[in-house]
Ligand binder design. Structure first.
Ligand SMILES: [Zn+2]
Length: 202
């Protein structure tokens, strides 16, 4: 099991005094002093349809118009490593308007991880999220490994602090039905895999 760095483009911008503003195309700075103690899980489609053309997920996220990114991405294929696409000390843009145990603005304090589902377009993606077979054995193993590595880096991330992504609507209603990785994803299975890794030497 391994992790490979393949960072999204990050473009540095400077303020009038020549100081780095921390703004990047695909990610930005965390709030000063933000303690990382949360992992938020997501799903994305392998290909999105952009202007009637399928566009692979990496190119989609690299486009500054889309304002979306994750720290780690897990592909469903056996021979692919976990990809680290945003440096973990930076703020990836994945949680949006979000809430966890009364805390908001979770991009500052969380690590975003995404399963890539092998589908094209939004309609297929919405269906795939509900199917257990969209989440392969290999994907569970890789996601567990990535979580475990982050738990070693940031000991405040406990198994309790690994959560699915639930969007909090602007009206503040917490039970918005939109969520990912999706109903096909089994959180208990992932936590078991992580626990298995805890027992073994990494
Ligand atoms: Zn999400």
């Amino acid at each position: 099991m391994r992790i490979k760095e393949k960072f999204l483009p990050g473009v540095v911008t400077f303020d009038a005094n020549g100081n780095d503003t921390g703004k990047r195309y695909s990610y930005s700075d965390r709030r000063p002093g933000a303690e990382i103690d949360l992992i938020i899980l997501h799903s994305i489609a392998e290909y999105m349809i952009v202007n009637d053309t399928p566009q692979e997920w990496f190119a989609y996220l690299a486009n500054p118009k889309h304002n979306a990114s994750y720290h780690y991405v897990v592909l469903p294929y056996d021979d692919e490593p976990v990809l680290n696409i945003v440096p973990v000390h930076r703020r990836a843009w994945h949680a949006g308007i979000s809430e966890f145990r009364g805390r908001r603005n979770l991009n500052h304090t969380s690590i975003g991880m995404a399963f890539v589902l092998p589908v094209t377009g939004y309609g297929e993606f919405m269906e795939a999220m509900n199917k257990p077979e969209s989440f392969t054995d290999e994907a569970y193993k890789k996601m567990a490994f990535a979580c475990r590595v982050c738990m070693e880096m940031y000991p405040d991330i406990t198994a309790d602090n690994i959560t699915e992504h639930r969007i909090v609507s602007h009206s503040g209603i917490r039970d918005d039905p939109k969520h990912d990785p999706g109903d096909g994803f089994d959180m208990y299975r992932l936590l078991n895999e992580i626990e298995g890794l805890q027992a073994a030497a990494i």
